[in-house]
Design a binder for this molecule. Structure first.
Ligand SMILES: [Zn+2]
Length: 378
């Protein structure tokens, strides 16, 4: 019977289609379950670190495609006093520059694992700094580990709407720039660090660099920024690593993050990593640079900072946040203090010996207000 045969064939075909559809769905589902993109991996690592209780992760906005833009609040070294230095660190606003996100995660992990300064430092940095990290006890890091979640997930420079976020800070037309500006307005940071990396396609020199904006209308701010930048660069460079200070003219486009934030009256730097370097070398430079810049900025005398930067007065922490911060104390402060004193004694003796031998000194992190603000210091 032709009619019955046709019906039979149709039934067979529909069965086959149903089986194919079910297979397709299950394959897609298992793919989604196993192959998390870079953004999901980053969020999973943050969630893991959050279990330590040492960091706070909040949502400060959503990307154009609806991904959460997280803010991580963490202290590199906890003490009883509330930190006076708040540092905003912006990572991966160009989604194809992942070293900054990796550096942020590294510092979050090191800080969450231990309260002791030595735990924060790689052997390389420890050697470069000689243990002068007292400033870090006065620091709260406000880290945006991925400012461009859609671009980061796709490995692309631009955001989901095809916009370059680092040309959008003045107008803030994108949800991502608006979210980070909201963090700035709420937390009133004293220092803003915007992290990037040169790609091998960029024209030479495409080298490690710290860029600050020359602001002749704010000479005091400019001098202190230069002091911080030069001190940090001296500390992170060595025979096998170079980095330089780049100064941008005030006429250069103010739509870049660090230029926008510098215009708000705070210290703000853009950090680039060399095109020739591996991702691991870039990550190492960025972690060293963040640690050293944070330390130098927090070590500047309070009156000097107040004279040069906005946001340097007293900051009132929200009550709940303040009690959380106070809870982040080292477990054995007495023992730590003893150890610190012994270490300070040993370091002082070693330093006296080095000076006696006329060896080249490492940078000075503490300077008096007069030294920093005098014309001669620029
Ligand atoms: Zn970039």
């Amino acid at each position: 019977m032709p009619a019955r045969r046709t019906l039979y064939c149709l039934l067979r075909a529909s069965h086959l289609l149903a089986i194919c559809w079910m297979l397709g769905v299950s394959v897609t589902a298992s793919h989604a379950a196993t192959a998390a993109g870079p953004y999901d991996q980053l969020m999973a690592r943050l969630a893991e670190q959050k279990q330590t209780g040492r960091l706070r992760v909040t949502e400060v906005g959503r990307s154009g495609n609806g991904r959460v833009i997280p803010l991580v609040a963490i202290r590199p070294i906890a003490t009883r006093a509330l930190p006076r230095t708040r540092i905003l660190i912006i990572c991966a606003q160009h989604g194809d520059e992942p070293a900054s996100a990796h550096a942020a995660l590294e510092l979050i992990q090191r800080s969450a694992a231990n309260d002791k300064p030595e735990a924060l430092l790689s052997p390389h940095t420890r050697h470069l700094l000689g243990g002068k990290l007292a400033g870090l006890k006065d620091v709260l890091w406000l880290i945006v580990p991925v400012a461009n979640p859609d671009g980061y997930n796709a490995g692309k420079r631009l955001n989901g709407a095809g916009q370059d976020l680092n040309r959008d800070w003045q107008r803030a037309t994108q949800p991502e720039t608006r979210a980070v500006r909201g963090v700035f307005d709420t937390w009133k940071p004293n220092l803003v660090l915007d992290l990037h990396q040169w790609s091998p396609d960029d024209p030479p020199p495409a080298d490690n660099g710290l860029e600050m904006v020359l602001r002749p209308e704010s000479p005091v701010q400019q001098r202190l920024e230069r002091h911080i930048a030069v001190s940090a660069l001296r500390a992170v460079t060595s025979t096998d690593r170079r980095a330089s200070l780049v100064t941008a003219s005030p006429r250069s486009t103010p739509t870049l993050a660090h230029r926008y934030f510098a215009a708000q009256g705070v210290a703000a730097f853009l950090i680039e990593t060399a095109a020739r370097d591996t991702q691991a070398q870039r990550k190492a430079l960025l972690t060293d640079m963040i640690l050293v810049l944070s330390n130098v900025c927090a070590s500047v005398p309070a009156d000097t900072r107040a004279a040069a930067f906005r946001n340097s007065g007293e900051f009132i922490y929200p009550r709940e946040f303040a009690s959380w911060l106070r809870g982040q104390q080292p477990t054995q402060p007495g023992r730590d203090t003893g150890r610190t004193l012994v270490a300070a004694g040993v370091a002082a003796g070693f330093w006296a010996l080095l000076s006696a031998l006329h060896l080249k000194s490492r940078p000075t992190f503490l300077a008096t207000s007069d030294e920093i603000l005098s014309e001669g210091q620029t």
